[in-house]
Design a binder for this molecule. Structure first.
Ligand code: NAD
Length: 488
């Protein structure tokens, strides 16, 4: 499909964003709203309903009403509905990507990729649910033991502002495939693309009440969902701080939790690697999606013999990355999502100047006087105790440091509290496996970009999360298993 520029204000932009409960748009019970701004003008373009406990109550009640019929529907019938959701997403790719890019600052070309991935998530989980078998065991000819899986109940889905629509689809698709109705609480900085779900789900024929959306501030709408006694499971993607808080709040009702949290993922580059490929991958890994990517390779560890050369080339390439308007198809890094986040990332850049050597970027591009723009930024010689080495920045900022041998590489890779992803580049495949096994992370890519295989478990260790989503792991999360023992 040809890329074409998206106007600064996409056509069809709503000026009100409302909850969607039981198949109807609704304002908040108390009429509360909040302003939603785009990250280029930073001025409000819409007001969104600010949900609270009363709205979450209504949404949970609608989901509970829809639960018996949705759970009882055959897997094939449910899968067919999910295929139709995928079709409906694809039919709206232009509008969806345009909205996402406008609202979140994501470059339009990358927003299109995320829209396609959202459709793929629905197709994939439709396939999973019809293909999934159940366990059965026979004890000689005396006993048969088999597992019955059933959807757990109303699922609470809480999502962040980075690639919002895609991450919503990543939770909606398996929850629906498994037979759970849902209440989704989208991120308050980027509610625009979520406002397309009602149209998409209705076009696909998903029954009213199966998906309910309550917009609002995390501490209010999100917290009400976490606290609701009739929501037995919460799938959360967001920051480690919020994740920790949700785990504590959920203790009262012993909820089933999936926590996809922050990261500070290492890229380990050995001297014997294909250094051109490693360089391409480092640039992609930390600067695509504006660096607002949980699996960003934001710490690059390079073997000392090639360190100076690799760092110099990385800095040169970073300077050439095209920063520009999110709607311009040639843009590679757009605007950071929100002025508050922009200020936070800029603070890290200032901190970094005192901690390490700035070799590329470090400020606002001169041709972009307005909007949340930052030049792709590279810091070299970053000590391991530096804040820019330890803390998740979640922007186009990368910390580079040298290592002398494999043991030091692994030790440095593991020297943060996070453990989401890791990347290893080496010409020695045995070493690639060794380092992959030694690195503390949920996912490792060896001589590879961050390419997702939806069948594999996705998640982190240490402060990066609890549990795994992806493939049958997602279905496990949204279902309860019961074992039935039968004497024959
Ligand atoms: P955040 O934690 O501030 O917010 C995430 C969501 O939680 C939002 O919808 C917010 O409204 C809600 N929330 C906030 N307080 C809440 C509360 N008390 N109760 C219930 N909900 C509440 O995170 P963010 O800034 O939107 O997202 C960026 C973070 O997400 C980064 O740390 C990033 O690494 C992480 N992330 C992780 C993954 C992953 O798969 N591991 C993927 C994407 C993003």
């Amino acid at each position: 499909m040809p890329l074409h520029p998206v106007p600064a204000r996409p056509d069809g932009l709503p000026d009100r964003i409302r909850h969607w409960i039981g198949g109807a748009f609704r304002d908040s019970a108390d009429g509360a709203v909040f302003d939603v701004a785009d990250p280029v003008s930073n001025s409000p373009y819409a007001s969104a309903a600010a949900g609270g406990a009363a709205d979450v109550d209504l949404a949970v009640a609608a989901a509970r009403d829809a639960f018996p019929a949705w759970a009882a529907m055959g897997d094939r019938e449910r899968a067919n509905l999910l295929y139709r959701v995928a079709d409906a997403v694809e039919e709206r790719e232009d509008r969806l990507a345009g909205f996402e890019s406008f609202d979140s600052g994501l470059p339009i070309a990358q927003a299109r990729g995320q829209a396609r991935r959202a459709a793929e998530n629905f197709r994939y989980f439709a396939d999973v649910i019809v293909a999934l078998g159940e366990e059965a065991y026979r004890v000689g000819d005396r006993q048969l033991n088999y597992v019955v899986r059933s959807p757990t109940g109303v699922a609470g889905l809480i999502t962040p502002w980075n690639t919002p629509f895609m991450l919503e689809s990543w939770k909606l698709a398996p929850a629906l495939a498994a037979g759970c109705p849902v209440v989704l609480k989208p991120a308050e900085w980027t509610p625009l693309s979520a406002n397309l779900w009602p149209e998409i789900l209705s076009a696909a024929g998903v029954p009213d009440g199966v998906v309910n959306i309550v917009h609002g501030i995390g501490a209010e709408a999100g917290q009400a969902l976490v606290d609701h006694p009739d929501v037995p499971l919460i799938s959360f993607t967001g920051s480690t701080t919020t994740g920790r808080h949700i785990v504590r709040s959920s203790a009262e009702h012993l909820k089933t939790l999936s926590m996809e949290l922050g990261g500070k993922s290492p890229v380990v580059v050995f001297a014997d690697a294909d250094l051109d490929a490693a360089l391409d991958s480092v640039l992609f890994g930390v600067f695509s999606l504006n660096g607002e990517r949980c699996t960003a390779g934001s710490r690059v560890l390079v073997e000392r013999s090639v360190y100076d050369d690799f760092t110099r080339r990385l800095a040169e390439r970073a300077e050439r990355v095209r920063v520009g308007a999110p709607g311009d198809p040639s843009t590679e890094v757009g605007a950071l999502v929100h002025p508050e986040h922009y200020a936070r990332v800029m603070d890290y850049v200032e901190t970094g100047r005192g901690e390490a050597k700035l070799v590329a970027g470090g400020g606002r591009p001169s041709h972009l006087p307005e909007g949340n723009y930052l030049q792709p930024t590279v810091f070299a010689d970053v000590p391991r105790d530096a804040r820019i080495f330890q803390e998740e920045i979640f922007g186009p900022v990368v910390a580079v440091a040298p290592f002398d041998d494999e043991a030091e590489a692994v030790e440095l890779a593991n020297s943060t509290r996070y453990g989401l992803a890791a990347y290893v580049w080496t010409g020695d495949l045995r070493r690639g496996h060794r380092v992959a096994h030694a690195v503390e992370s949920g996912m490792v890519w060896v001589n590879s970009h961050n390419v997702r295989d939806l069948r594999t478990p996705f998640g982190g260790v240490k402060d990066s999360g609890l549990g795994r989503e992806g493939g049958a792991h997602s279905i496990d999360f949204f279902t309860e298993s019961k074992i039935v023992h039968v004497m024959l």
